[in-house]
Design a binder for this molecule. Structure first.
Ligand SMILES: Nc1ncnc2c1ncn2[C@@H]1O[C@H](COP(=O)(O)OP(=O)(O)OP(=O)(O)O)[C@@H](O)[C@H]1O
Ligand SMILES: CC(=O)N[C@H]1[C@@H]2OC[C@@H](O2)[C@@H](O)[C@@H]1O[C@H](C)C(=O)O
Length: 399
């Protein structure tokens, strides 16, 4: 038997695995690397993030991805080359990190790699009758496996689409297994480039659980701030927004978009929420001359309102509910205070750290959990009201 097939088989049979979860999100800020110790599978799953880091991308990496990111007019040769190059870069970052942590690659059962989304187009968005849902993540799994010597699971979103989903959000699969509670109604809110949440009503009825994108997180804010404040990539600690004044006309225009009224679950990305979206909204609200600080304040208020409205409209509960916050947005107090203020009194905002998980590590942990289910688990979400595909995900690459 091929020694890696044997290793895979043994990994699947063990009650405890070490999985290296990787996430590179829509913010293009860096590669999140989480070394996870995962015991059992399914609803018995117990996780511990043993080590976590975000290795910041250098300017060269970010610029290379930006050439093709969320764009329809790309050079196909560039996409083809980036598919392998991104994996090579990620492999180098993994090898450096394991070396720094003094972790022997032999002790790791597998890598679970999200790759880099470069385009996401659910059917609702592209509207082409002959095509279904589409999404593209680059960072080839074979290159990662070969360069690290570790079995690699990658390209998780294609199987979700094959099984009837939009390829996102996948958060529900991890949130349901790890963060559900018998007694507390929970919303797991992640604010990265795009914001999404999972609804976990107390008692863990798999039929009632769902996960959906809401709209922007930081994506428009980041793009606007880096364009107008050349030394910044984002509004650090929400300081610019705090100095500005929210413009109600622009805020209302930004919120007037059919995506916000569409039923859940739904997905979106920077293909829709980008500087052009902001420009059109400013044009229609006659706010093209607004001072930059007021635009940042208004974008922050927009993100907060879209998140609060998105949760309240979809969850429809008057019961006490705790919203556990993760993702980079957790570091922006202007944004988090606005979300709390926009939510009704029965919703309380808390940091995911209160459940023992680093809020920045959550998405990398998610991919480790998905890989764990593929190796050892079985699909859940039978008869789910929101049509969550009952499937496991990830392509397997041997070194
Ligand atoms: N100190 C801070 N102050 C304000 N914003 C911050 C701070 N730190 C991080 N952020 C925001 O968080 C973003 C990164 O978030 P995160 O890493 O969760 O996104 P992502 O995983 O790339 O996105 P997604 O989950 O949508 O794919 C940054 O681009 C920035 O907007
Ligand atoms: C296509 C894609 O990469 N989507 C990401 C993105 O970032 C946040 C949001 O949009 C979410 O739908 C998804 O990632 C998380 C990890 C998910 O699938 O749950």
């Amino acid at each position: 038997m091929n020694k890696y097939i044997e290793r895979l088989y043994n990994s699947g049979n063990k009650s405890r695995r070490k999985i290296l979860g990787l996430m590179s999100g829509t913010s293009l800020d860096g590669l999140d690397i989480a070394l996870c110790d995962i015991q059992y599978h399914g609803q018995q799953t117990l996780v511990r993030v043993e080590r976590f880091t975000t290795v910041e991308y250098d300017v060269e990496f970010r610029l290379a991805i930006q050439q093709v990111f969320a764009r329809r007019d790309v050079d196909l040769q560039e996409v083809t080359l980036l598919n392998g190059w991104v994996a090579d870069c990620h492999a180098a970052l993994i090898n450096q990190t394991l070396n720094k942590w003094q972790v022997d690659p032999e002790t790791i059962d597998c890598i679970a790699s999200h790759g880099q989304t470069i385009f996401h187009c659910p059917k609702e968005q592209h509207g082409l009758p002959d095509y279904g849902n589409g999404t593209l993540q680059i960072g080839d799994g074979d290159r990662l496996a070969t360069a690290t010597g570790i079995i690699t699971l990658s390209d998780f979103r294609q199987k979700h689409i094959a099984a009837g989903g939009e390829g996102a959000p996948l958060a529900v699969y991890g949130d349901y297994l790890v963060f559900g509670s018998e007694t507390e109604n929970r919303v797991l809110l992640n604010i990265g480039g795009i914001a999404n949440f999972t609804w976990l009503p107390a008692g863990q009825q798999a039929t009632d659980v769902f996960s959906t994108d809401i709209g922007p997180g930081n994506t428009i804010l980041d793009a606007f701030v880096s364009k107008h404040f050349s030394h910044l990539r984002y509004d650090k600690n929400g300081e610019i927004a705090k100095r500005g004044t929210v413009n109600e006309a622009l805020l209302n225009e930004l919120l007037r978009f059919e995506f916000f009224d569409a039923p859940v679950p739904k997905t979106t990305g920077p293909e829709v929420f980008n500087l052009e979206y902001l420009h059109q909204s400013r044009l229609h609200s006659q706010t093209l001359t607004l001072p930059t600080e007021d635009v940042v304040a208004t974008l922050t208020a927009f993100t907060a309102k879209a998140i609060a409205n998105g949760i309240v409209d979809a969850v429809q509960t008057s019961m006490d509910t705790t919203v556990y916050l993760s993702g980079g947005g957790v570091h922006n107090p202007t944004l988090t205070s606005a979300i709390q203020a926009d939510l009704p009194a029965n919703f309380t905002l808390k940091n995911l750290a209160e459940l023992g998980i680093d809020p920045d590590a959550k998405e990398a942990l998610l991919f480790a959990i998905l890989a764990n289910e593929t190796l050892a688990g079985s699909p859940c979400f039978k008869d789910n009201r929101y049509g969550i595909p009952e499937t496991t995900m990830g392509k397997i690459s041997l070194p």
